[in-house]
Write a protein that binds this ligand. Sequence first.
Ligand SMILES: [Zn+2]
Length: 583
Amino acid sequence: MRSLLAILTATTILVSPTLAAAATVLPLDRATILVSSPFDVKVEFDGVVAQADVSVTINGQPAADVLGKDVVFIEREDGVDASAVRINGVTINEPGAYTVVARGGGQEKTVTWEVYGTPDTPVARNVIFLIADGLSVAHRTAARIMSRGMTEGKADGRLNMDDLDRAAFIGTSSTESVATDSANTMSAYMSGHKTAVNALGVYADRTPDSLDDPKFETLAEALRRQTGKSIGIVTNSELQDATPAAVFAHTRRRADKAEINNQTYGVRPEVILGGGSAYFLPQSTPGSSRKDDIDHIALYREDGYTLATTKGELAAARGSNTGKVLGLFHTGNMDTTLDREFLRKGTVDRFPEQPGLVDMTRTALDLLSRNEEGFVLVVEAANVDKMSHPLDWDRAVVDTIEFDHAIGAALEFAEENPDTLIIVTGDHTHGVSIIGTVDDDKPGDDMRQKVGTYAAAGFPNYVDSDGDGYPDSVDVSRRLFLAANNGPDHYETFRPKLDGPFVPAIRNEDGKYVANEAYKDVPGAVFVQGNIPTSGDTGVHAIDDVVLQATGPGSEGFKGYLEQSDVYRVIAEALALGARQTQ
Ligand SMILES: [Zn+2]
């Protein structure tokens, strides 16, 4: 025992000098950077160091000479008792490997960035990037079976996404964790830089201020810098939510929604359709989530945008002279397709005229395609994730079907406009699988015994009699059974939640999430023991790869395994965003 302790002590002494004194360089090692795209550099030293000791070189030359920018030394950072170096707004105009060595106070850190160019000529004029938040393989399979049916083990029809030409597996881990959220993944798709959970368009630094972190260029900014293309954002979440925000925003904290909304106005996408009107309204207006008097709706109107707040107004906005439309259909997140079109639950009584994702996508394509220079449209189906968290599989799957119909609208557009690259993906997965069916006609009252697995599962009996691609009802007698491998304590009811979205767990007096007793008395409900910390109220994201699919010019770049940050490079190449001259 004593000798083991002695060895441990000796080891600690040996390794401690390097562990205790490590600088951090941002962008991180192995960062991939589009040629000529602006970004900020930061070196964080461990503790206070003397300026005279500090040096930053790039490929052996002083960083200031290579980057043509001042190197700013900060002896003590805000709220942190340590020194840092900042070099803001740099660009590197030659592709290649750039090795950065930062030294100071006896610390040394070496990172190498890969600066990549693109062809000078674009192969695609338009990009339609369709993302279903949280899209997992189970959602696709369930959407196919629920909407098209299955006979003798063969699908009776195909989803639009089933026929896209290319596919790749995408790794979604973040810079500080194997796990991920929508912010860092979509930010990587939209910039080529991997970052931390909750971060958008920035590397996460150590200071408390969420708006001072080192920035990198977003897709929206690259389009404005290099092209005359229009930009469209369509989502059924709040427009300030992480996925749509990642197209343009810079903040360490995705919850900075009022600030994100200010940044939307900075970029001013030509078409903006979704929820989240609360952040457009001045604080004096009921329903506002702002803490100032800025009226963003007035700002957009002055700038020539047509405002639409209902499905009818959206249809009318197709005739907009300027082609610029701001559609705000909900103060918060929009309702699911199941609630909007079938059950009239959720918040549909308060917002009865919400358009669906397909209407929004078609209108956006109509408006954006007026620009001869082309466009990039990002479409998010947010509720696949927002309903997978509370384990409400029917809502998540029906919204996956709607997402697939939006893909259909994009494919129709591409048929007329073959210079269009279509990308379909998720940003992370959920721990969900389809394991069989639930058959009400099996004998007895015990719902668990009605779960069919293996041969006993048979096939579900959804019907689509009107041919709209949706099952007439999700509440059929033999339903798909989806289950999550993680979640809070909850009651499994084995039935669709017809009264409104599922609320699996609620907070008790101790602040812990416990099973929602409201479902306890549903006949046959069983208690499911949670397996995540009791601070979690819903199921969590999975780290499993996401499947990305694509079709159209430039889609050949999607194959095998890619990090989510590599997706941007394929988009940049298709649009020649690294071209040496402005197109
Ligand atoms: Zn999520």
